[in-house]
Design a protein around this ligand. Structure first.
Ligand SMILES: [Fe+2]
Length: 209
């Protein structure tokens, strides 16, 4: 073997060893690709419980309580240890930042929260009704991401408001109903809007098994 051939052989071997193991296995993401879903891990040292109160709840109107039950894919069995992450705009329709944010908070802003369900699958967020973007290009919405044990995180339909004039017929027709419908109909109870939404894991989620 000439020196040239030996060098070529070495290069060939090093290329082979760089190939990932199981390269024939394609990793399928539950729910498809999702930009920013990793923000669900940005709760830091917060101890998650089934209830969370978002920043500026106390000082902002109209206050909103969103509550419901997370169910397994059968739609009946309460799902425990499921993390839900929400983020939303403020009353000006922007995702406000303080300037010192790291990670996805730079885009999602600080009006966000996390819960983790217990045995009964129940969850509650105390927040306020967001506003639509200043250009009114989208209905008012609260983004929602889910992380259940043994699955990658995935986004589900945002909370949107049945009485929002921007939630048009064509808008409604485009909804995917991921994890069930996100359309909520809050009612005033003791000075706070209360809305219910149950979440069915995996419902209308691509590649969910
Ligand atoms: Fe948004």
């Amino acid at each position: 073997m000439s020196k040239k051939e030996f060098t070529a052989l070495l290069i060939f071997i090093s290329i082979l060893s760089c190939r990932p193991q199981n390269s024939n296995k394609r990793e399928v993401l539950v729910g498809g690709p999702c930009e920013g879903c990793e923000a669900i891990y940005e709760y830091g040292d917060m101890r998650l419980s089934s209830t969370d109160t978002l920043p500026e709840f106390k000082t902002t109107e109209p206050k909103l309580k969103i509550t419901g039950t997370v169910y397994q894919n059968d739609g009946k069995t309460p799902a425990s240890n499921v993390i839900l992450y929400v983020h939303q705009t403020n009353r000006k329709g922007i995702y406000p930042t303080k300037g010192n944010e790291k990670g996805w908070a730079r885009r999602h802003g600080y009006i966000r929260g996390w819960v983790k369900t217990g045995e009964d699958g129940k969850y509650t967020f105390y927040t306020f009704r967001p506003s639509s973007y200043p250009d009114r290009s989208e209905p008012e919405h609260i983004h929602l991401t889910v992380k259940e044990p043994d699955k990658n995180e995935y986004y589900v339909d945002s909370f949107v408001f049945d009485d929002d004039p921007l939630l048009t017929k064509s808008n409604r027709a485009r909804l995917d109903n991921r994890a069930g419908s996100g359309i909520i109909s809050p009612v005033f109870q003791n000075g706070i809007l209360v809305a219910e939404r149950d979440i069915i894991l995996g419902l209308n989620i691509p590649d969910y098994e």
